[in-house]
Write a protein that binds this ligand. Structure first.
Ligand code: FIX
Ligand code: ZN
Length: 414
């Protein structure tokens, strides 16, 4: 039995020693060349920090966009890290990354950091970053309709080295949210051929808070038609889940570009309809509005083909992650995926996973303390089993189901 006063330390140690699978990122394997972002200039021009810059500097967005990437990074460092203390979650993250990489995080200019990153060999650097972050592999976001990305797939598929650490997911935003000329039959063939080529572990789309399924005019709703006639059948044929990221309000302030998106509460009855009407599909779901979190847990209790995942974007802050994870543990036990990093710049996985572990250690420890109070103390093995399930096997089971799934029968209990 673990003494109550060491419980949190044991949980923290188990979290630290479990290599996680980061099931949604915007990172790219080295074969994708300049699409893969890393280093100090990209860390500082992350859109979370760009949004914060405009709150503390008089610069106007059009003036900012006229600068080079290095000039933008210099301005963000000066404004948010020198003239102010970097206390926001995104700013503190940069400090944690520099510190974990062995750098002095209080330099006044970026030159020492630029020198450090210039000296790194990318392949070795990736291995070191994954090790510091405690991650085994990441899932990329891959859009076959992205004219910059699609031609690069030939070189990636022929380079087997990185398949083990960079999985693909087939992103549907361009296909479903923007105009594309595909008929549903063409779209289905397109998706099946790309998902096979990429070895996609799931398909994914982000959806607005106004998403409705069925739509009032369902037969003329192009997105819903493509969903029902192309995406869902393709996912079923390939036996992969569909990830729905619901509640993003794109470009409420277009002048901020990537930083110009916001969030809104969605009507999750649409999710209820999808889970009920497509029992042969599996849905990985993240919702962006804090107000939708409890409903998501309720629906997960109703539909076993629904897997809640992550505390997405504006929710990925300790106070909110703590609240959401407590609620999920209370309502779902360990049948959910607590977090993904959503990293866009390689080194961000270091701070995002560090923060997740730090926030979740006391949350899990409290859960085990309550269980002990109620009559059952846990062992380290018990904790390891839960942490593995939360950060690895829930995702693995959903994305690589065994070729001959065991059908449950009363005999299996014997
Ligand atoms: O749609 C998404 O996958 C979002 O995560 C991104 O579009 C968003 O810009 C982001 O980076 C949030 O963390
Ligand atoms: Zn994302």
């Amino acid at each position: 039995m673990i003494p109550p006063d060491t419980l949190e330390a044991v949980v923290a140690d188990v979290l630290a020693s479990t290599q996680v699978i980061d099931m949604h990122t915007h990172l790219f394997a080295p074969g994708f060349g300049s699409l893969g972002l890393w280093g100090i200039d990209h860390l500082l021009t992350y859109h979370y920090l760009e949004a914060e810059l405009f709150r503390s500097s008089p610069i106007r967005p059009e003036q900012y966009w006229a600068l080079s990437t290095a000039q933008r990074a210099d301005l963000i460092w000066k404004t948010l890290f020198v003239e102010n203390n970097p206390i926001s979650e995104a700013a503190r993250g940069v400090i944690a990354v520099l510190h974990e990489l062995g750098l002095d995080a209080s330099a006044r200019t970026l030159e020492p950091y630029r020198d450090f990153f210039r000296e790194q060999n990318l392949t070795d650097h990736i291995a070191r970053v994954f090790q510091l972050a405690g991650i085994e592999s990441v899932v990329m976001t891959n859009d076959p309709l992205d004219p910059e990305e699609s031609p690069l797939w030939d070189s990636f598929t022929s380079d087997p080295r990185f398949h083990a650490s960079f999985h693909a997911s087939l992103r549907l935003d361009r296909l479903l949210n923007q105009e594309s000329a595909y008929t549903p039959a063409e779209a289905r063939r397109f998706l099946e051929s790309w998902a096979t080529r990429m070895r996609a572990v799931y398909m994914a789309v982000s959806l607005p808070d106004s998403f409705q399924f069925p739509a009032p005019d369902q037969k003329r709703d192009r997105r819903n038609q493509l969903l029902t006639e192309a995406v869902l059948p393709a996912c079923r044929d390939l036996n992969i889940p569909l990830s729905l990221m619901i509640g993003v309000r794109r470009q409420v302030n277009p002048a901020l570009r990537l930083a110009g998106d916001a969030s809104g509460r969605a009507d999750l009855r649409s999710l209820e309809a999808l889970c009920r009407d497509f029992p042969g599909n599996r849905f990985l779901v993240s919702v962006l509005s804090r107000e939708n979190q409890h409903e998501l847990c309720v629906y997960a209790r109703k539909f076993s083909n629904l897997m809640p995942f992550g505390c997405w974007w504006f929710l990925n802050n300790p106070s909110t992650v703590e609240e959401i994870t407590r609620e999920r543990l209370e309502m779902l036990g360990t049948s959910f995926i607590p977090q993904h990093s959503d990293a866009r710049i390689l080194e961000q996985v270091i701070y995002k996973w560090r923060n997740t572990r730090r926030t979740l250690a006391p949350v899990l420890a409290k859960t085990y303390r309550l269980l002990a109070d109620d009559g059952r103390a846990v062992t380290r093995d018990d904790i390891e089993r839960d942490v593995r399930r939360l950060f690895r096997t829930n995702f693995e089971d959903w994305t690589s189901p065994s070729p001959n799934p065991t059908v449950w029968s009363p005999a299996s209990l014997a």
